[in-house]
Write a protein that binds this ligand. Structure first.
Ligand SMILES: [Zn+2]
Length: 244
């Protein structure tokens, strides 16, 4: 798939840079930070993508009472949503908390629309119960659908995410500071419970694993390589550097 990038060339310090529509990643362990920065570059860091609430980035001025911006996964991580620009949007804390929960962006927008319609009709009491029931019924349907995605019963990633196939062998750079500990244990537990590998593997166009090492370990331990979901970022290159 093609990673969403700003049109202009930008440098991100020692993390990487964008040149002529290609993202060059300089440090594999800042890949997620790069994804956050690029999302803010494209979608701004001052407004919630869902409700339009004005936000601030970082601590800001003392008198600036606006809530701090967060990033939301449009497809929640629990159902396999990857941490890449295409799946991230700036979001106010309110939308990113209980409100959105584990709903997808699409579902959340649909529910918000229903709630807004309800508010418009709030004076017509006789209708409210019916509307509430309709909203609750829709929520149940959505939760069921998400549960099936969580268990891998229905596809949980959009087709365009996994269309491009990795060709050849994967290159893995494991850093001495890579912690297999808690994250790995959590993913293992998830696999046992849902019979699905939680996170897709994200691969650069030169076949480097950018994220999802834990998933690879789980596939190996349980002997289920067919259960790995691969996302090949066709416009991202990991710049190899000699170890010093
Ligand atoms: Zn919001």
């Amino acid at each position: 798939m093609i990673l969403e990038l700003p049109k202009k060339n930008i440098e991100f310090g020692n993390m990487g840079y964008i040149k002529n529509g290609i993202l060059y990643v300089l440090r594999i362990n800042s890949f997620f930070d790069l994804m956050y920065e690029i999302t803010y570059c494209i979608y701004g860091a001052e407004r919630c993508w869902y409700c339009g609430q004005s936000c601030k980035r970082g601590k800001g001025e003392k008198e600036d009472m606006r809530p701090r911006i967060t990033l939301d996964h449009m497809i929640p991580t629990i159902i396999g949503g990857p941490t890449i620009v295409n799946n991230l949007r700036p979001c106010c804390p309110k939308c990113n908390s209980k409100n959105k929960g584990d709903y997808t962006a699409e579902q959340f927008l649909e529910l918000t629309k229903m709630e807004n319609e309800k508010k418009k009709n709030e004076t017509r009491i006789y209708k409210i119960n019916a509307v509430n029931n309709a909203i609750e019924a829709r929520k149940r349907e959505m939760r069921k659908e998400n549960e099936d995605k969580k268990r891998g019963k229905i596809p949980y990633l959009p087709k365009e995410y996994t269309e491009a196939k990795v060709n050849g062998q994967l290159n893995c750079l494991i850093h001495v500071d890579t912690k297999l500990g808690k994250q790995f244990e959590r993913q293992k537990k998830f696999y046992k419970e849902y019979d699905r590998i939680k996170q897709p593997v994200i691969v650069s166009s030169n076949n480097y694993v950018l994220a999802g090492m834990n998933s690879i370990f789980i596939a190996k331990i349980y002997g289920v390589p067919e259960k790995l979901q691969m996302i090949l970022l066709e416009n991202v290159i990991l710049v190899e550097r000699g170890r010093s």
